[in-house]
Design a protein around this ligand. Structure first.
Ligand SMILES: [Mn+2]
Length: 503
């Protein structure tokens, strides 16, 4: 990013530094956020409409309890486990930077740890009442850790009706919960992936034994009045607004360009680790806050390990490199895979196999519209069918059936919803028809094990091609279009013919 000297001069006189709130706002970060935005790219008005639409879908007499994320440490005697984070917390790399729980962030835009929000459905014009419970500011702590949003600023900036200290959450729950017929709250224990109301108590109280004052809360949470919130939020999140689409396009642009430059950067004899770090550096340099997941940088036979993340062997001249990587930008993930030759030129066998996957992937992308009336499951079935046809056409000839393809050569699913989380589909039905505004990945692959019933020249080659696709009413938009994909473009990027610099 670069700014005109005038803009910089104006900034230096008007910008609040250090920041007064616990996250970027226009007053302190005008280079990141516009006056009407709550988080970069997403307006305050849009957050309001997300909440209103959620509350409209819930029955009368409903209360929503949203718990934010806790700070996690990579290693410490006191290990904070993100009890209420997204079910995808395992995919999120440990980070020194706090990342808010996804649903909490989607509904509030509030980006500080140790917070909770209560939404009470009401007949008011707004349709609900919203209360925040947060740590508030503490001058002594702020000297060390920087600003936290005060209760007053929280109300004004994030449009909370009430803003209270976190320690008053149990008392509030105790008085509110008995009055509601429907209590929407997500309680997830990552260790067991099973729900337990006791985990919410652990969050509220450092004392592992529920104290008597929590009996009322326990009773409410153990009753049939408690319902999961995640499925309702997942439905809203599955359709991306124009503003979300623009942020996702920016995220994919950053990752796609980084992939193209990483193709140029890669040289024979380079470690997968060096290649991975180059990609991550380019994403961070372009403004990405963190990787959306631990990247897969798999050279040669390592590509047959679908979730290979060791990234610590050497890429050799005759091998392919499979990179499955993406950045998170302004709260949204990107997820791209490319497979390119270390030498800069595909061998004949690599080219044949790559073409089979590429044709399959492009055919599937063409079906990504609401008008096509397909589901993710339909696309997956189609992917196995198309790939089988493609592989049978290869000159040396795979002697194949579709079931061999699905069992031995292409053992994973064709794609998933992507958005705030890398895998948004946990509460979405794979059989549901794709609709305009959804964003999914399309990522067929082929991984040939060194078995005698497969042609020898293809042994140990693993290829996957993955794009982020915005479903349109009549056609798809490829968000990750910056990453070269056609053979001529990939080879051109690797060899520098496209005029790309490695940095
Ligand atoms: Mn993916």
């Amino acid at each position: 990013m670069s700014f005109s000297p005038n803009f910089i001069r104006r900034l230096s006189t008007t910008v609040t530094k250090p920041a007064k709130l616990g996250q970027p706002v226009f007053a302190s970060h005008p280079h990141l956020i516009k006056p009407d935005e709550l988080t970069p790219g997403i307006s305050t008005r849009e957050y309001e409409s997300r909440r209103q639409r959620l509350m409209e879908t819930l029955p009368d007499n409903s209360i929503v309890v949203l718990i934010g994320g806790k700070v996690k440490y990579m290693s410490n005697q006191i290990l904070y486990v993100p009890l209420f984070n997204s079910p995808n917390w395992l995919l999120t790399p440990p980070s020194y930077k706090f990342r808010q729980a996804s649903d909490f962030w989607y509904l509030t835009g509030f980006d500080e740890p140790d917070a909770a929000v209560i939404l009470e459905k009401a007949s008011s014009q707004r349709g609900y009442k919203m209360s925040l419970f947060s740590s508030g500011s503490n001058q002594e702590k702020e000297k060390w850790d920087g600003a936290r949003t005060t209760f007053t600023d929280a109300k004004a900036h994030f449009k909370f009706d009430e803003s209270l200290p976190f320690h008053s959450l149990p008392r509030t729950l105790r008085s509110l919960l008995p009055a509601y017929d429907n209590i929407y709250v997500d309680i997830l224990r990552p260790s067991s992936r099973r729900s337990s109301p006791r985990s919410i108590l652990k969050y509220l109280s450092p004392d592992p034994e529920p104290r008597s004052e929590y009996d009322t809360i326990m009773e409410a949470l153990n009753s049939s009045r408690r319902k999961p919130l995640a499925p309702a939020v997942a439905k809203l999140r599955s359709i991306k607004s124009p503003a979300e689409q623009a942020v996702m396009r920016a995220a994919a642009d950053i990752s796609g360009t980084a992939l193209a430059k990483t193709m140029r950067f890669t040289q024979p004899g380079m470690s997968e680790h060096t290649i991975a770090s180059h990609f991550e550096y380019l994403c961070a340099f372009a403004g990405s806050q963190r990787p959306a997941y631990v990247p897969v940088v798999a050279s040669g036979p390592n590509a047959l390990v679908i979730h290979y993340t060791s990234n610590n062997q050497i890429a050799h001249q005759t091998e392919l490199v499979l990179i499955d990587a993406g950045c998170e930008f302004n709260g949204y993930a990107s997820d791209i895979t490319r497979t390119y030759p270390v030498s800069g030129t595909y061998s004949p066998a690599q080219r044949e196999l790559y073409t089979a996957v590429l044709n399959t992937q492009k055919n599937l992308i063409n079906m990504c519209s609401e008008a096509a009336g397909v589901s993710l499951m339909d696309l997956h079935r189609k992917s196995a069918e198309l790939l089988t046809v493609e592989l049978k056409q290869i000159s040396v000839g795979f002697q194949l059936t579709q079931s061999v393809v699905e069992r031995e050569l292409y053992p994973h699913f064709v794609g998933h919803h992507v958005g705030i989380d890398l895998h948004e589909s946990n509460h979405l039905d794979r059989n549901e028809q794709l609709r305009e505004g959804m964003v999914i990945t399309i990522e067929p692959g082929v991984y040939v094990p060194p078995l005698p019933h497969f042609p020898k020249e293809f042994h140990n080659i693993g290829i996957r091609i993955e794009d982020d696709i915005l479903i349109g009413s009549t056609g798809p938009t490829i968000l990750s279009v910056n990453a070269p994909k056609e053979i001529a473009d990939v080879e051109g990027a690797c060899q520098g013919i496209l005029g790309l610099e490695p940095f």
